[in-house]
Design a protein around this ligand. Structure first.
Ligand SMILES: Nc1c(C(=O)O)ncn1[C@@H]1O[C@H](COP(=O)(O)O)[C@@H](O)[C@H]1O
Length: 160
């Protein structure tokens, strides 16, 4: 059960750590790499091939600005790639969101919300859970606990 996380810059680290935290919570192995497709394309190709050879089953890729990294990775593998658009500041992340979500046909990237690296990891777990029943059981238990939490907090009515 293995995920590889890529992101384009050291400056993305804090946001992408949220994906790692969820994978740890669900006991999913992961490796992570900071490699820009724009700045180091050959190294990226080698690392994607090595990750695939090493048993990676899902890839998470985060990038801001002209966020080509997830799409370039998707062009190099048939593993599912989940893209995380990162808010780089100037246009509130719209640049990254559109770069990642608007992939040409045949080369999809599953895109989560802006800066939502945690959701990328939950989705990766759900993909892996198709194959790993113990992970599916953990996800179901997590959802059941979430429902209980909501019921206990506001689901029985609140005075406002
Ligand atoms: N979008 C990409 C790519 C790429 O797509 O190859 N490489 C770096 N970046 C993004 O540029 C932003 C600024 O990076 P720097 O802070 O290193 O200049 C980061 O959010 C990174 O993900």
């Amino acid at each position: 059960m293995k995920v590889t996380i890529f992101f384009g810059s050291k400056s993305d680290t804090d946001t992408m750590k949220k994906a790692a935290a969820v994978l740890r919570e669900f006991g999913v192995d992961y490796s992570s790499y900071i490699i820009s497709a724009h700045r180091a394309g050959e190294l990226l190709a080698e690392t994607v091939a090595a990750a695939e050879a090493d048993g990676t089953e899902v890839i998470i890729a985060g990038a801001g600005l002209a966020a080509h990294l997830p799409g370039v990775i998707a062009s190099m593998t048939v593993l599912p790639v989940i893209g995380v658009p990162l808010d780089g500041g100037k246009v509130g992340g719209l640049d990254a969101l559109l770069s990642i979500v608007q992939m040409p046909k045949q080369i999809p990237v599953a895109t989560v919300g802006l800066d939502n690296a945690a959701n990328a990891a939950y989705l990766a777990c759900e993909i892996l859970a198709i194959k790993y029943p113990e992970l599916k059981a953990k996800l179901k238990a997590f959802r059941a606990a979430l429902k209980q939490e909501i019921a206990a907090e506001g689901g029985k009515g609140v005075s406002i």
